[in-house]
Design a protein around this ligand. Structure first.
Ligand code: DGY
Length: 331
C-alpha cells in the first residue's frame, strides 16, 4: 500500500509537520485562517484528516465527507466541534490529544488565577500608559491566594493538574465533577455545581463542553459565588452565559476574572475589553512548544497506527467505529 493522503487543516509546528511527512502524503491548508467550507473539497481523495478545534465537523459535514476519509484526528483535547456519532455512522474513528497538554493548560489556569486575583492586567496597563504614580500602600491591592478555596468545575486531567499546583500556593481545593474521584480524596467534593460555586473564593471552569455543561454557569449560579470571588475559564466559552458574567464582573460580584476562552472566538463580545479587573488571553491554554509538539505527535501516531500498522490506537473518541473497522477486517 502507498503512503496514505493526509489533509492537515492548519500550519503546525515544524517537528510535527516533519513527523507527518515521514509517513503520509501531506496536503496542507496553506492559509493562516480556518479552512471553513473548503474542508470538503480539500478532503477529496484523502485517507485521513488532521483538523483543528476551529473546524466544525457537524453531522451534515460528516455525511458529505468523501468516502476516502477513513480516520480523523483533532489537534485538541476538546472535541465539541465534531459530531462523534455521525463520524461513527460513517465508520470513521476520531482521535484527540489528551494528557500531553494538561500541564500547559494547568499552568495557564494558574497564570489567570494569579493575574485575576492581583489585577495584574490593570497594573501593567497603568505602567504602559505612563500613569504609574509614586509607590503607594493603597494602590493595586489584590487578593492573596493563601488559605482561599479554589473551586474546580470538571476534575479531569487538567483539573487535577490545577489542583496540585494550587496546593503549592496554600489553597484549599474543592471540586465538582460528574463522578467523585478516589484519586482526589485530599480535595473536598461537591455533589452539585451550586454547592461548589457557593464555596469558591476562586472558581475555575475546566469542564468539557457537552449538552449538559453548556450554559451551566448562568446568572443564577453566578449569584451563588461569594462576593468578590475570582472567576477563571480555561475550558470553553459556551459553558458560561457571557451576559451574566459581564454583569457579575461589572457589579463587583466577581472581583476579578481571567479568561482564555469565549463564545465567539476570535470575535469576542466587545464588552469584555472594557471590563475592569479582568485578564483576557486569546485561547493560549496549550500554547507551549512541549504541548503543541506532543499534541501533533499523538495525533500523527494515532493515524499512523491505524492506517499503516492496522492496529488500534489509544484515544479513540468513538470506539464503536474502531470496533466496526476491525470486525470487518478493513485495512
Ligand atoms: C484544546 O485542546 O481543546 C484546546 O482548547 C485547543 O483547542
Amino acid at each position: 500500500m502507498g503512503r496514505p493522503n493526509l489533509l492537515i487543516t492548519r500550519g503546525l509546528p515544524e517537528p510535527v509537520l516533519k513527523l507527518a511527512d515521514a509517513s503520509f502524503e501531506v496536503k496542507l491548508w496553506p492559509h493562516d485562517y480556518p479552512i471553513g467550507a473548503q474542508l470538503l473539497p480539500w478532503a477529496q481523495g484523502c485517507d485521513a484528516l488532521l483538523v483543528m478545534a476551529t473546524d466544525r465537523l457537524d453531522a451534515g459535514t460528516l455525511q458529505q465527507m468523501p468516502s476516502s476519509v477513513r480516520a480523523i484526528a483533532t489537534y485538541s483535547v476538546g472535541h465539541d466541534h465534531i459530531d462523534l456519532e455521525a463520524a461513527a455512522d460513517r465508520g470513521v474513528p476520531v482521535f484527540n490529544t489528551p494528557d500531553v497538554l494538561s500541564d500547559a493548560v494547568a499552568e495557564t489556569a494558574l497564570l489567570l488565577i494569579l493575574s485575576a486575583a492581583r489585577n495584574a492586567s490593570t497594573a501593567e496597563a497603568t505602567l504602559r500608559d505612563g500613569n504609574w504614580g509614586p509607590w503607594s500602600p493603597t494602590h493595586f491591592l489584590g487578593q492573596q491566594l493563601t488559605g482561599r478555596r479554589l473551586g474546580i468545575y470538571g476534575m479531569g486531567r487538567i483539573g487535577m493538574g490545577i489542583a496540585q499546583r494550587a496546593l503549592a500556593f496554600g489553597m484549599q481545593v474543592h471540586y465538582h465533577n460528574r463522578t467523585r474521584h478516589s484519586s482526589a480524596s485530599a480535595y473536598t467534593y461537591h455533589a452539585s455545581l451550586e454547592s461548589l460555586m457557593a464555596h469558591s473564593d476562586v472558581f475555575c471552569a475546566c469542564a468539557p463542553s457537552t449538552p449538559q455543561t453548556r450554559g451551566a454557569i448562568n446568572a443564577e449560579r453566578l449569584k451563588l459565588l461569594p462576593t468578590g470571588a475570582v472567576f477563571v475559564n480555561i475550558a470553553r466559552g459556551d459553558l458560561v452565559d457571557e451576559d451574566a458574567l459581564i454583569s457579575a464582573i461589572t457589579s463587583g460580584k466577581v472581583g476579578g476574572a481571567g479568561l482564555d476562552v469565549y463564545c465567539n472566538e476570535p470575535m469576542i463580545d466587545p464588552r469584555f475589553k472594557q471590563l475592569p479587573r479582568t485578564t483576557l488571553l486569546p485561547h493560549i491554554g496549550s500554547a507551549t512548544h512541549d504541548a503543541r509538539n506532543g499534541m501533533g505527535t499523538l495525533a500523527i501516531d494515532a493515524l499512523r497506527t491505524l492506517l499503516l500498522d492496522d492496529a488500534k490506537p489509544a484515544n479513540c473518541l468513538n470506539p464503536g467505529a474502531l470496533s466496526r473497522r476491525f470486525l470487518k477486517g478493513v485495512s
